[in-house]
Design a protein around this ligand. Structure first.
Ligand SMILES: [Zn+2]
Length: 491
């Protein structure tokens, strides 16, 4: 599996000079966002390479398509947020760290931070430039100074840099196996608008001795303290606490029940042939096929027999015997040899109603990948559970196994929240520079725009019931949440 990371750019302190604004695109709505293209002629946002219009993007060069996509993404934020002060975003394509199988897609952050400005809700607290301007109602610092720096990987899709992938510039989220540039733009702009802390996660040190507004809502469950109140040592410990870092802002917490799934995915095994294998097996969600949001398909669990060396993995088009096993049933295949998308598609083509993929290493498998033509649900399980089920399946007949698999949900916790229903923040161990602390946790389901890696199933919405990003902006001061409806007394 490749990893496609959206890194956060650490930006602190230095003033960026305004210079002449090369206004390339402008989103006008509740907030005006001005895109300041800082690429040199002939490259990046100015790349003259001819391109065919795609997915609603009418640009006829690579550079045009990139700017049109940026304007489209800026319009989404511009229509969602309000500000009397235009938001100026520096944007460029530039080489970012990358290998053939993993890489940084983009990075962004505020160009400057401010505290104790007019109307600042919390004293002695850092705010990102754009948010500080919004709250102050006027330009802080140099008039028209860019408030956000953003960078996008110019090498993506070339030899040595996620070469099997590449940017998708369409506006319709139909990126397939490519990377949705609009989603990456939405994500990176959110960092620049304030979705980040300015406190170090590795040393715990606050910037200049002051907390970020982020740190007023970031809570470590081990220390039982907000980040703003912790010692440096407590902050560094909580930054790698895995499930011990949560967001306490009221707007996000109120939205968790409508956005995140209650319970986690599982495969329930029952039936006359199940024997001691009957029970509930923890499962990992897949980006392939429809999400399991409620009890879903149920049917005979069928093993897929070998057709050639290594193909119990379901990587070849099914032969007659395997088609008979799969038709109308749920197939069990092993991880490996080919992509999860190929396994899912082969099963679907043979008439299967669901796919269970057993891991080939430790942990619950969450099968990734993208193929919009997969329409049957897919779940992953552990290698050990796969072995248990295969032993129970034994030498069954080829049309019925006697084991019934049902895709279902288990537990009473929201996927990606702690037991108190607070959103989990990303706190892996070891610390991941550019990702830890300033993202939502990867366990969130449905997947969220502000997870540290981009998922293929994002929809462009930044609002509940799809997404938590706007609610978090409300918590840090971008917007005031609408008052709860009040009952009126009739007189
Ligand atoms: Zn990010």
């Amino acid at each position: 599996m490749s990893s496609k990371r959206l890194a956060l750019k650490a930006v602190l302190g230095t003033a960026a000079l305004a210079g002449a604004l090369a206004v390339a695109g402008q989103a006008r709505a509740a907030a005006t966002i001005i895109i300041n293209n800082i690429n040199a002629p002939g490259v990046g946002f100015n790349d003259p390479t001819p391109a065919t219009p795609v997915g609603g993007n009418t640009g006829t060069t690579i550079g045009e398509q990139r700017l049109i996509a940026f304007t489209y993404a800026a319009n989404i934020w511009g229509a969602t947020l309000t500000s009397d002060v235009p938001i100026v975003v520096n944007a460029q394509f530039t080489p970012l760290s990358c290998t053939a199988t993993s890489g940084v897609l983009g990075s962004a952050g505020a160009t400057q931070i401010f505290r104790d400005f007019a109307n600042a809700p919390k004293p002695a607290t850092w705010y990102s430039y754009a948010l500080a301007n919004r709250i102050a109602g006027s330009y802080l610092g140099t008039l028209n100074a860019p408030q956000i720096n953003s960078n996008f990987n110019s090498n993506l899709g070339t030899t040595g840099c996620l070469e099997a992938s590449g940017w998708y510039y369409g506006l319709d989220s139909a990126e397939g196996a490519k990377i949705d540039f609009v989603a990456v733009l939405q994500h990176e702009m959110a960092h620049g608008l304030g979705f980040q802390t300015f406190t170090s996660g590795t040393s715990g040190a606050q910037n200049g001795g002051f907390p970020a507004i982020w740190d007023h809502f970031l809570f470590g469950t081990t220390a039982g303290k907000l980040w703003k109140d912790m010692t440096n040592a407590e902050r560094t410990a909580s930054a790698i606490s895995v499930n011990g870092l949560v967001w306490t802002g009221q707007a996000v917490t109120d939205a968790v029940p409508s956005v995140l799934r209650l319970g986690s995915a599982a495969v329930a095994i029952s039936g006359a042939g199940a024997g001691s294998a009957a029970g509930i097996y923890a499962a990992g969600d897949s980006t392939l096929g429809p999400p399991v949001l409620a009890p879903s398909v149920s049917g005979q669990l069928m093993p897929i027999g070998e057709q050639a060396a290594g193909t119990g993995s379901g990587c070849l088009a099914y032969d007659a015997r395997n088609r008979k096993a799969a038709f109308g049933n749920i197939v069990l295949v092993d991880r490996g040899v080919c992509t999860f998308a190929v396994k899912a598609k082969n099963a679907q083509n043979a008439g299967a109603i669901g796919v269970v993929i057993a891991n080939s290493t430790t942990g619950v498998l969450a099968p990734g990948g993208a193929d919009p033509t997969v329409t049957i649900p897919v779940l992953g399980i552990t290698q050990a559970d796969g072995n248990t089920l295969k032993a129970a399946l034994g030498l069954r007949s080829r049309a019925k196994s006697g084991l019934i698999a049902s895709f279902t949900l288990t537990g009473t916790q929201y996927s990606g929240a702690d037991p108190l229903g607070r959103a989990l923040m990303y706190a892996p161990n070891p610390f991941q520079s550019g990702s830890s602390v300033s993202h939502l946790d990867v366990s969130m389901f449905r997947n969220q725009l502000m997870e540290p890696a981009i998922n293929a199933d994002l929809t462009q919405s930044v609002l509940p019931p799809i997404d938590l990003t706007y609610r978090l902006f409300q918590d840090i001061g971008w917007e005031v949440a609408p008052p709860a409806p009040r009952a009126k007394l009739s007189r």
